[in-house]
Design a protein around this ligand. Structure first.
Ligand code: FES
Length: 64
């Protein structure tokens, strides 16, 4: 589950996103968090098809 690839283009896993999220000092909301995670992991910079999946992972993590 944690090693599930969320972004195929950039080979970014569920866990990569979680780690990136927790390495960020602060973010205002899911979209702010997305931008940070994207900068760190390069996820969703290819075809963009994983955008919603990445957002889902982030929202799920933020809900605790
Ligand atoms: S699958 Fe993430 S950019 Fe293509």
């Amino acid at each position: 589950m944690e090693n599930t690839i969320i972004c195929n283009c950039k080979q970014v896993s569920y866990n990569d996103i979680v780690v990136a999220l927790h390495s960020m000092k602060s973010f205002d909301d899911v979209l702010g968090a997305f931008e940070g995670v994207q900068k760190i992991t390069n996820c969703s910079t290819g075809c963009g098809g994983c955008y919603q999946k990445v957002l889902d992972v982030i929202s799920k993590e933020m809900m605790g």
